[in-house]
Design a protein around this ligand. Structure first.
Ligand SMILES: Nc1nc2c(ncn2[C@@H]2O[C@H](COP(=O)(O)OP(=O)(O)O)[C@@H](O)[C@H]2O)c(=O)[nH]1
Ligand SMILES: [Mg+2]
Ligand SMILES: [Zn+2]
Length: 363
């Protein structure tokens, strides 16, 4: 399939960022898949595979966020014998970043340059508002437009009631109920996939993400869970991947994230983190400004606007509890990131001092 870069979202701003890399042998492309450090990249000349250039490797060793992610626009260099390397990642417009499973408090980009991020939750069985809120914080932090997509509408009788209830987990965001069986809601969702636009899907395993991708792409682009006609099991999606749609635009399928730790730093944005959590709970943040005490913990304090709203039935205790739980989690992730930054700084100072002592000895 030939896909124009423009239909994948390449525009003047990316073109501008690419300018300083423009030289024979270099071209731009969009990462559609990453396997153990090898990227599959869609370029104007077709799909290529590329490994990381040396300077990319050292950047990644310092900060895992520098690792190219699905959806990234990258500079690909072609060497002799068709060997290809990724020389740079062009600045991201948005990035879904999760806290890595490793010991260090570091983030990992799981999807880059999405225009919209759909939090995908299945209406059946047991939709979970807490999970929606957690993913909403991630989506808000990404810098892309968050929306809620509720799947398997064909499985429940009282869809609208349920959707209204779950929608409260993402106040102010569009809520789309869909069914890949009846086709309900698919047209509305397709509205987020115009030419050059990218929609990323995040959600638990089994939520119906890959089924959505296939329905929107009109082809079996992703393996879905379920049985094949011959009765043999299928693999569930194990690699996040960007799929270019025949009608233009692209969609990013991420694997079901079992644990999505919150991370609040966006690449290239270290100085002013986008606080996804604060945005996901803007309703409560706003209420909290009306508490009598500025450091109100919304626990037992008199004049607490949050407790008053709960008493009035305006917000649920569940949502308030989850907000505070996620806040504690984020504070913990931040303190670990800070501790790590201090350790790196200490190490750097120690090395500088040693070099200075060695220099003085030589004098
Ligand atoms: N009834 C019904 N089942 C669905 C729908 N969407 C997905 N499924 C089923 O849900 C299961 C998980 O779907 P899949 O797309 O693999 O989920 P993923 O893990 O989020 O990618 C599969 O068995 C699908 O056939 C839907 O709209 N209605
Ligand atoms: Mg899947
Ligand atoms: Zn309060």
């Amino acid at each position: 399939m030939t896909t124009s870069l423009a239909s994948l979202g390449w525009d003047e701003r990316f073109q501008d960022s690419f300018r300083r890399f423009r030289r024979p042998g270099n071209c731009a492309g969009r990462v559609t898949r990453v396997d153990r450090g090898v990227c599959t990249v869609l370029t104007a000349a077709g799909t290529v595979r590329a490994s990381l250039a040396g300077r990319m490797l050292s950047a990644v060793a310092k900060d895992p966020l520098a690792m190219p992610s699905v959806g990234d626009w990258v500079v690909v260099r072609t060497w002799e014998a068709d060997r290809r390397t990724i020389e740079a990642v062009l600045p991201r417009r948005s990035a879904l970043v999760r806290h890595t499973a490793g010991k260090a408090a570091e983030g990992q980009a799981i999807a880059a340059n999405a225009d919209a991020v759909a939090v995908v939750e299945s209406l059946d069985p047991d939709p979970d508002s807490g999970r929606i809120e957690r993913l909403a914080a991630l989506a808000h932090a990404s810098g892309a437009e968050p929306l809620l997509v509720l799947t398997k509408a064909d499985m429940v009788p009282d869809v609208d009631l349920l959707a209204a209830d779950l929608g409260e987990a993402m106040p102010g965001c569009p809520v789309i109920t869909v069914s890949s069986v009846t086709g309900q809601g698919m047209e509305r969702l397709a509205g987020y996939l115009g030419d050059g636009r990218t929609l990323a899907l995040v959600g638990a395993s089994g939520a119906g993400k890959s089924t959505l991708v296939n329905a929107l792409a009109g082809v079996e682009a992703m393996a879905t869970r379920g049985l094949r006609a011959d009765g043999r099991g299928r693999h569930t999606t194990s690699h996040r991947a960007l799929i270019a749609l025949p009608q233009g635009g692209s969609i990013i399928d991420t694997p079901g994230l079992r644990v999505v730790g919150l991370f609040d730093r966006r690449p290239g944005d270290a100085a002013s983190p986008t606080d996804g959590l604060a945005r996901a709970f803007e309703d409560l943040e706003e209420l909290a400004t009306e508490c009598r005490f500025r450091d109100c913990r919304h626990d037992t304090e008199p004049g607490c606007a949050i407790l008053a709203a709960v008493a009035d039935g305006l917000v649920t205790t569940r949502r308030v509890d989850n907000w505070r739980k996620l806040q504690r989690e984020q504070a913990f992730a931040r303190s670990r990131a800070d501790a790590r930054a201090r350790a790196v700084d200490r190490d750097r100072k120690r090395k500088l001092a040693a070099a200075e002592r060695a220099r003085l000895r030589k004098l």
